[in-house]
Design a protein around this ligand. Structure first.
Ligand code: UDP
Length: 268
């Protein structure tokens, strides 16, 4: 299922970008620019589409849990967010990926939304955070239409669905944490009818100025995950444990594949 790496600008945005299979999840070979173009094409096509920014911990969860795997495999676009994805691709002998950080994709989509007139809805994070994120986004991208916001600490989905449907956004950014946000989008995608919905994890906290991203040098070195673990070791220990686990799973998958090839070779 692996395909050739995707040179910038080669594949028209109205066609599905090439993808490689990593532990049962198809991850698309796109750059940040190509991801934005693809989302624009998905919006133009009407949807409802789900966009996933996948990291190593999510690949491990998908390998363990068929429900998570099934949701990720129904997404229209799965972008490689996180160095774990790059490492897994390397171990599995897939073409290399370029990282597309979820927070950067969300920012670029808001910039594009301001230019193209797409309405954006922000759902998730603690009360007040989505409002502050909306304010910051409107300042940064004049003309941006934030069609609505709602915090992420609700137990009844129904009123939230009514509010989102009434706002008729083109893009819904959902910050409920993985896997709740991916499950929530998958469950309500059809009823919401929003062209593109994307899980964004802690992005609203960053946009609202409540949480800082890692310093630029750590981002460049692919160490953003280490920064997060260092800041919140108790909350992030699962992420820390996921990386070695991911490497073991990828190695096992590769060995299984090679053993399969050997057996087929003997049979000839
Ligand atoms: N969150 C929420 N409702 C919940 C649990 C979490 O809105 O019931 C929010 C939380 O406030 C934060 C985001 O979801 O803004 C999760 O951020 P995190 O960085 O933990 O995302 P992850 O990287 O774990 O997906």
């Amino acid at each position: 299922m692996a395909s050739a790496a995707h040179p910038p600008g080669r594949v028209p945005a109205d066609r599905e970008p090439p993808a490689s299979e990593l532990l049962g999840v198809r991850v698309h070979h796109v750059t940040l620019d190509q991801a934005v173009e693809r989302v624009a094409a998905l919006i133009a096509s009407g949807g409802p589409h789900q966009v996933v920014t996948v990291n190593g911990a999510m690949l491990v969860a998908a390998a363990r849990d068929p429900a998570v795997r099934s949701i990720l495999s129904q997404a229209s676009l799965v972008v490689p967010d996180g160095v774990g994805v790059l490492v897994a691709a390397r171990i599995l002998g897939r073409p290399p990926f370029v990282r597309v950080p979820g927070v950067e994709l969300a920012e670029r989509l808001c910039a594009e939304a301001a230019a193209a007139g797409w309405r954006v809805f922000l759902l998730g994070a603690a009360p007040g955070v989505a409002d502050d994120a909306a304010e910051a986004l409107r300042r940064r991208y004049p003309g941006l239409q934030v069609a609505g916001v709602h915090h992420g600490y609700f137990s009844d989905d129904a009123p939230v669905l009514v509010q989102i449907r009434a706002a008729r956004p083109h893009v819904l950014l959902v910050a409920l944490g993985f896997p709740r946000q991916e499950m929530w989008i998958a469950r309500h995608r059809a009823a919401l009818g929003v062209p593109v919905s994307m899980g964004v994890g802690g992005t609203l906290d960053v946009l609202a100025g409540r949480v800082r991203r890692a310093p630029a040098w750590m981002q460049r070195a692919g160490l953003e995950w280490a920064y997060r673990i260092a800041r919140e070791p108790r909350r992030r220990w699962r992420t820390a444990a996921a990386l070695p686990h991911l490497m073991v799973l990828a190695l096992k998958a590769r060995l299984r594949r090679e053993r399969g090839k050997d057996l087929n070779g003997q049979g000839c």
